[in-house]
Ligand binder design. Structure first.
Ligand code: GLU
Length: 419
């Protein structure tokens, strides 16, 4: 995705600004504010790894635990060249708020390794992941901190972590990570869970706005796990997906894109949409299309003060974490664009991660139907709670989501006490 103009932006600033805004409306006391604005724990490690050419390269590995007040901390691990400590801090805090909003007993964390997973072999990725697990052996744990996939990582990565951690501890420990392959104790429905939650959130929002899905058009930015599944499920709901995109750019068809076809194309085409049969558009053109629903599901800071004025959709449902920079919030609010914020809209993933962890601990596995039914119920209820809070305080859904989450975490902290 094009990030040329956005390099000065820092997702941690966006997180802190929104946190502070919600905290002031809530009248959060200073102690709680001080405890929640910064992470509880930051671990940065150097990981020397042998590359396939025999040379040694030292990678930087990060794990940030924002809060463990509500339970063990939870959150994905990101492999990307753009990983920074501030980004991981922001993502960790967002996990805390996300888990509180959907009411699962977890705190928030996030991990990251600065690397280019697309240009590393499976062997290199495996050695890097195992080195990271060894370095984080006292951070991770089924009752301590539970990683999951994020950008650049997947079920295979989780399998390596589970294996390495189990070897170190001398016990088979599937509940130390979620998003595992099914045969290792993964949950049915986990791969689709984030996109499914985006669809459920969009469905709730469309209903509130009295918009008919069958008469609505939609553009989806990003065609990774979240974007592609969201696009597929939204098209099954009846929306016409007129545009999709990935790292190779945007693809537009005013009559609607067949998402199954696009998914099959990507599978056969080295994982990208390059050459897919549709009109080519730029990433910025996709974001500013006149559509009923826009789903940014790629990465942070895609909608900023630079392009917010040009956004022409009625509704944005944030599939990615932090796709809208806080400097665009007021502009979009004044344009009366409805936004279902990331910490609500993409919480379906961590919800089913929780179900996976529960199943691992029970040693009893659910049907996909049960997973989906329960996850849908959680997402619908969370949407309703945020919606009611936004009406109560007369604020945006985003501010309402922060208010709800901060209130929960702060009151739990108060009950637990400090020394
Ligand atoms: N990485 C995902 C997220 O940002 C999932 C985290 C998890 O399941 O722990 O929500």
């Amino acid at each position: 995705m094009s990030q040329k103009n956005n390099e000065h932006l820092n997702p941690l600033d966006s997180m802190k600004e929104r946190f502070s805004h919600a905290a002031s409306i809530l009248g959060l006391d200073q102690t709680a504010y001080d405890m929640l604005i910064n992470p509880q724990k930051v671990v940065v490690v150097s990981l020397p790894v042998t590359l396939d050419n025999g040379k040694l390269q030292v990678f930087e590995g990060i794990r940030v635990v924002h809060s463990a007040s509500m339970g063990p901390s939870k959150g994905g691990i990101r492999y990307s060249l753009n990983v920074t400590l501030d980004e991981v801090k922001a993502l960790a805090a967002w996990m805390t708020w996300k888990c509180a909003i959907v009411g699962i007993p977890y705190g928030g964390a996030k991990g990251g390794i600065k690397c280019d997973p697309r240009n590393m072999s499976a062997g290199e990725l495996e050695r890097l992941t195992r080195a990271y697990t060894v370095a984080m052996q006292d951070v991770f744990g089924p009752d301590r901190d539970i990683p999951a996939p994020d950008m650049g990582t997947n079920a295979n990565t989780m399998a390596w972590i589970m294996d390495e951690y189990s070897k170190i501890k001398g016990v088979v420990s599937p509940a130390v990570v979620t998003g595992k392959p099914l045969v290792l104790g993964g949950s049915l429905g986990r791969v689709e869970a984030t996109g499914r939650g985006v669809m459920v959130s969009a469905r709730s929002a469309l209903a509130k706005l009295k918009m008919d899905p069958v008469k609505s058009t939609c553009a989806v930015q990003g065609f990774g796990n979240v974007g592609s599944i969201s696009a597929k499920l939204l098209s099954m709901l009846g929306l016409k997906i007129v545009a999709i995109s990935d790292i190779t750019g945007g693809y537009y068809n005013k009559n609607g894109i067949n998402i199954e076809e696009a998914l099959n194309y990507v599978r056969k085409n080295n994982g990208t949409l390059e050459g897919f049969n549709a009109d080519r558009i730029t990433n910025d053109e996709l974001l500013t299309l006149e559509v009923d629903l826009l789903v940014p599901a790629a990465m942070e800071d895609q909608i900023t003060e630079n392009n917010a004025h040009d956004i022409r959709t009625k509704l944005i449902v944030e599939g990615a974490n932090g796709p809208i920079a806080s400097n665009a919030d007021d502009i979009l609010f004044k344009k009366q664009i409805n936004i279902v914020p990331d910490i609500l809209a993409n919480a379906g993933g961590v919800t089913v991660s929780y179900f996976e962890w529960v199943q691992n601990r029970l040693g009893y596995y659910w049907t996909e139907e049960r997973v989906n039914r329960r996850a849908d119920r959680v997402m619908k209820q969370a949407f309703e709670n945020v919606f009611q809070t936004s009406a109560k305080y007369n604020v945006s859904m985003r501010t309402a989501a922060y208010i709800l989450a901060i209130d929960k975490v702060a009151s739990t902290q108060k009950l637990r006490g400090v020394f």
